[in-house]
Ligand binder design. Sequence first.
Ligand code: SF4
Length: 226
Amino acid sequence: MDLRTQKILNELNKRYPRPKPSLDFKTPFELLIATILSAQCTDVRVNLVTKELFKVANTPEKILKIGEKKLMDYIKPTGFYRAKTHSIMGCAKFILENFGGKVPGTLEELQKLPGVGRKTASVVLIHAFGISAFPVDRHVLRVANRLGLAKSNDATETDLQLRKNIPEKFWIRTHLQLVYHGRSLCRPKPKCEECPLLPHCPEGKKRTTGRAQSRLSEIPPWRQRG
Ligand code: SF4
């Protein structure tokens, strides 16, 4: 790991010393469902929905038993509910038919589940099984690239670069910290002036230098000198 990356991780550790996953779950299957539901939806809303859903259906058998229509009613508030219902029903069936009713514990097997991509599979791996992975959601993609920890618009490529640039023992924690940072300061419209990572961030320096220069150009020359 190079020195700049080390400094970034140190700052993230200071700002987010104990990052935790924000989706509520008790089993790998619950986490899988919650992660599917979290696409284009806040974790707070997902937790409200799963709190009720999991009371009646938190296993593949129970999901198939309540059926599509009832599942759709439960998950409607999370948006894109037709596609999500399709994925969840498909996952429940696939897990029962191919994995004896248990969520599989490898990236390759998880990605065979209907509607499950690399990010969802990685989230299940790290939080349900404690296996190192680097899930790249929209926050991680944005923040990692702004910080220069990766250079790609593609989530899988960013995942691979982050795995290469950061030691494996830090993957889970750094993933969570980048998500936290993307939700707090490094939003689509970032608050670089408040960010402790600014001294190490190429994008932040570009943005703040531009702002400083444009502010300077608004000040009359005699006041700039004085
Ligand atoms: Fe994001 Fe700005 Fe902080 Fe860089 S300095 S990580 S762009 S908020």
